[in-house]
Design a protein around this ligand. Structure first.
Ligand code: GTP
Ligand code: MG
Length: 185
């Protein structure tokens, strides 16, 4: 009788230990998820309005102008939040420029952007989008204002040295296209 009571108690004890472990891990997962969701929301709100995305294009990288261009960017008050040296496949270039899919130059643009090394960069500055578009100048270097990056470094309308996002929303999408959260500082 005493023996079966002991066995009974043993099973009750094991059941309590097991339940604690299971319930505890569910609670932990729930709390962690909640925290992660909150961080994503806070980061998103913080990112709006003061970030832009840029990419130094193959012509500027192969001509050895990336150092001079990054220097100009920093001297104009932009802080680098992420940067890498990489290459786009034809397929990835097509995805990046999907917005121009119907334009006559889309195929050439994708071939060009996948032809060499590029440097994607996330930048921070107040009024970043507009301020950066002013710094890079018009799409066609022949129309780019004096002293702008495209005026100084672009070869032609297709090989025009640098990209600049045109809105907060696109800056967020384009930055995420190249950088996971862990690579953004
Ligand atoms: P990005 O900053 O690179 O987006 O340039 P943008 O915003 O000044 O121009 P847009 O978004 O209209 O075009 C994207 C890219 O396509 C340009 O940077 C050029 O490299 C290329 N492009 C635009 N218009 C033409 C064109 O008429 N002919 C050719 N060959 N390429 C063009
Ligand atoms: Mg554009």
């Amino acid at each position: 009788m005493l023996f079966s009571k002991k066995i009974g108690l043993y099973f009750v004890k094991q059941f309590i230990i097991y339940s604690r472990k299971q319930f505890g891990s569910v609670l932990f997962t729930f709390a962690h998820q909640n925290k992660t969701d909150k961080n994503i929301k806070t980061n998103y709100i913080k990112m709006a309005d003061n970030k832009t995305f840029t990419m130094i294009k193959p012509d500027a990288v192969s001509a050895g102008n990336s150092g001079a261009i990054i220097k100009m960017i920093e001297e104009n008050g932009f802080k680098i939040k992420a940067m890498k040296y990489t290459r786009l496949s034809l397929e990835r270039a097509g995805q990046f420029y999907e917005i121009h899919k119907e334009r006559p130059f889309y195929k050439d643009l994708c071939a060009y952007m996948s032809s060499g090394t590029i440097i994607p960069i996330i930048l921070e500055k107040e009024n970043a989008i507009e301020s950066f578009r002013t710094l890079i100048g018009a799409t066609n270097p022949q129309e780019a204002a004096e002293g702008t990056i495209r005026n100084l470094f672009a070869e032609s309308i297709s090989a025009n040295a640098i990209h600049g996002s045109d809105s907060d929303e696109n800056a967020e999408i384009e930055g995420n296209f190249f950088f996971p959260e862990i690579e953004k500082f």
